[in-house]
Design a protein around this ligand. Structure first.
Ligand SMILES: Nc1nc2c(c(=O)[nH]1)N[C@H]1C(S)=C(S)[C@@H](COP(=O)(O)OP(=O)(O)OC[C@H]3O[C@@H](n4cnc5c(=O)[nH]c(N)nc54)[C@H](O)[C@@H]3O)O[C@H]1N2
Ligand SMILES: Nc1nc2c(c(=O)[nH]1)N[C@H]1C(S)=C(S)[C@@H](COP(=O)(O)OP(=O)(O)OC[C@H]3O[C@@H](n4cnc5c(=O)[nH]c(N)nc54)[C@H](O)[C@@H]3O)O[C@H]1N2
Ligand SMILES: [Mo]
Length: 601
């Protein structure tokens, strides 16, 4: 895309870690990774690792707890991790940023911050402190629904435990106040002295001897004039080229490269803006769309808009395993290979300096090809062969590990994971990769883009009076990954259909019985699924699982049960700086569904 001149690459990582990485860079120049092995305290903002979800992280947390580390869980629902926590804060859905202000208020009022680090290495502490003072605990208790003394207890535990970690969470990636929530988490790490410290959170940088994906992406090749046309960068710039431009020089200074595409999320167009251009031709038309291992129709907000956008293309190609609802709309479905069928080198999505390897177990069946073959084949036909000197994906892997003095196969045979000795507190030699070289508690990058340089809290706009409940989408199913795998009988047997979760009192008020079909409706759309009445739910909260469709019924079934049609993407429901949608607390109502009747759009 950089070689043909298109800046309009989008990805699911706009809602999942890619955007966290981009926002973290504005604060201290990289996205840190927790040192679970030495930490004394773990804070989970919703994020709920389980034996069948984030298994390595689940194991790391349990091992840390066994050696005495404390666990704080913030979750409106009594989740698996909430049950295992030292402190569980059942906050109102979507109020994580306000909760962070409460923690900072306690930390500042009680002098629990790391004075030496703050003095030497941060910029904007006094301005931040003035903002934090706008959040006395009774205000935070009012917004979050959690009593002030519980908030204070959790803040003290975080600040006093010794090194503490706030692992990445997709939950704060998907809120109206997402940029502020992510920045406040970053600020908590910094002011409590947890940054780049043993048992804290480490700024990895690049693996010194392995070619990172960022280099292969050729961001230099895309002319500035094309970067300027990146959709959404005028209104919601944080993870676009425009948003990351002020970090180019600092990134070169500290990390040795101008571009650092952490979690592939730092140079994206804004998805909603791209779908609008595709559907309506504004501000300019987009006429061809390639979906590579992405079930686009179901994987962003406003499925109705995405549907129009996809139908309005002259060319729609999917690179897939399955005839997904997205593929069902495509002109071509190209068969992609699978992870067991290819070799792989993974650096935590560009996030870490730990490189993991994976070997090929079986050959791809039929015409299935690697995505590298697809891109290179296209490039050769476009006259761009010289930029793809590696004839095969394997040759490219050999090139990436050349610096280690061996080919990929021998590297993978000897190393499941490889790192060149991570160091702590590297900033003492290099400073941070921000324009000031410090941790920017008040952000020069955001100020330059015309935003509030300090984190802030944006209230929910007035909800329609007939929408008294709040729903969240996104909860993961043990049996499936995201929108996939419903075609596998053994997995479907564990989880045959989607369930709409709600609290017993809300069910009673709406006249919904456990196990009976129900409808959840927002201003954007509605879904129909079986009700699951559970007392682990908060009163007033509805939980809709992500990504359901039935492969045996195809696209039509997505219009009955896919969560993306419930999620609006108008400005009230978009984070200002990133333009990502609010999935955590959408006003809704629920009702029993007429038996047998199915919903159609
Ligand atoms: N088996 C399996 N594993 C997976 C996946 C899968 O599809 N299947 N998907 C993978 C992917 S891509 C991701 S992103 C992760 C996601 O996995 P997690 O990070 O665990 O996210 P969720 O399961 O969506 O929700 C976690 C918790 O957030 C709580 N929550 C909801 N709204 C809020 C809120 O506003 N604030 C707070 N503090 N908490 C809230 C929910 O009650 C829930 O308990 O899982 C990964 N692992
Ligand atoms: N409405 C809504 N939108 C969301 C979310 C939500 O909760 N609600 N969650 C967000 C999150 S956290 C994430 S991570 C994203 C994920 O969004 P997506 O990237 O769309 O993830 P999947 O739904 O897993 O779809 C991946 C597709 O790739 C195919 N596939 C799998 N492996 C391969 C492969 O090796 N090669 C090829 N060629 N294809 C493959 C699968 O068949 C599947 O159809 O969605 C985000 N969007
Ligand atoms: Mo995700």
């Amino acid at each position: 895309m950089n070689l043909v001149g298109s800046p309009n690459w989008i990805s699911g990582v706009a809602l999942c870690a890619g955007n966290t990485a981009a926002v973290n860079r504005t604060v201290y120049g990289w996205f840190p990774y927790p040192d679970f092995t030495r930490t004394e305290c773990i804070v989970l903002f919703g994020h709920n690792p389980k034996p069948h979800s984030w298994t390595p992280e689940y194991n790391a947390i349990r091992r840390a707890q066994e050696r005495g580390a404390r666990l704080i869980v913030l979750d409106p629902r009594r989740s698996e991790n909430a049950e295992l926590a030292d402190i569980w804060l059942p906050l109102r859905v979507g109020t994580d940023a306000a909760m962070c202000f409460g923690w900072l208020k306690v930390i500042m009022d009680e002098g629990l911050w790391d004075r030496d680090f703050v003095k030497r290495w941060t910029a904007g502490f006094d301005e931040l402190r003035a903002r934090v003072n706008e959040f006395p605990l009774d205000r935070v208790a009012e917004i979050t629904g959690v009593p002030a003394d519980r908030i204070a207890e959790a803040a003290r535990l975080y600040a006093r435990s010794g090194p503490a970690v706030i692992p990445w969470s997709p939950i704060t990636d998907q809120q109206r106040n997402s940029t502020s929530a992510i920045r406040l988490q970053a600020i908590l790490r910094a002011v409590c002295g947890n940054l780049d410290a043993p048992g804290g959170e480490v700024l990895h940088g690049f693996h010194p001897r392995i070619v990172p994906e960022t280099d292969l992406e050729m961001h230099d090749a895309l002319p500035e004039a094309q970067k300027a046309k990146q959709l959404g960068s005028d209104t919601h710039p944080v993870f676009t080229y425009r948003g990351a431009a002020p970090l180019e020089e600092p990134t070169l200074r500290v990390w040795g490269r101008r571009y650092a595409n952490l979690v592939s999320g730092c140079y994206m167009a804004t998805p909603s803006a791209v779908f609008r251009a595709m559907a309506d031709g504004e501000p300019y038309p987009v006429k061809a769309f390639f979906a590579l291992g992405n079930n686009t129709l179901l994987s962003f907000a406003n499925m109705q808009l995405i549907h129009r956008a996809l139908l309005n293309q002259d060319l729609l190609v999917t690179f897939e395993h399955m005839k997904t609802p997205t593929a069902a709309l495509a002109d071509y479905i190209l068969p992609g290979d699978a992870w067991t069928e290819r070799k792989a080198l993974a650096d935590g999505f560009g996030w870490t300096a730990i490189c993991r390897t994976s070997q090929q177990a079986v050959s791809p069946p039929g015409e299935a090809r690697s995505v590298y073959d697809f891109w290179r084949g296209l490039a050769v036909r476009l006259g761009l062969r010289s930029h793809f000197p590696w004839e095969t994906a394997d040759a490219l892997l050999d090139h990436r590990v050349e610096g280690l003095g061996m080919g990929f196969d021998s590297f993978a045979a000897n190393h499941a994971a490889h790192t060149d000795g991570l160091k702590f507190r590297k900033y003492e030699e290099t400073g941070f990769a921000t324009p000031s070289g410090k941790v920017e508690l008040s952000s020069s990058v955001l100020a330059g883009l015309g935003f509030d340089p300090l984190p802030y809290w944006r209230e929910e706009p007035p909800a329609p009076p007939d929408m008294p409940l709040r729903l969240f989408t996104g909860l993961r199913e043990d049996a499936f990954f995201q929108t996939g795998h419903r075609h596998i009988p053994a997995l479907r047997a564990r989880s045959p259909e989607p369930l709409l979760f709600l609290h017993p009192e809300d069910a009673m008020e709406a006249g919904i019985a456990d196990g009976e079909p129900a409808v959840a409706e927002t201003a954007q759309g509605k879904v129909r699924m079986k009700a699951a009445v559970r007392d682990d739910m908060q009163k007033g909260l509805v939980r809709i699982p992500h990504g359901w469709w039935l492969p045996e019924a195809g696209l039509e079934s997505a219009w009955e049960m896919a969560d993306a049609q419930l999620c609006p993407d108008d400005e009230d429901f978009l984070d200002r700086e990133q333009g990502i949608p609010h999935f955590k607390g959408i006003p809704c109502r629920v009702a029993p569904a007429a038996q047998g009747a199915t919903h159609s759009h």
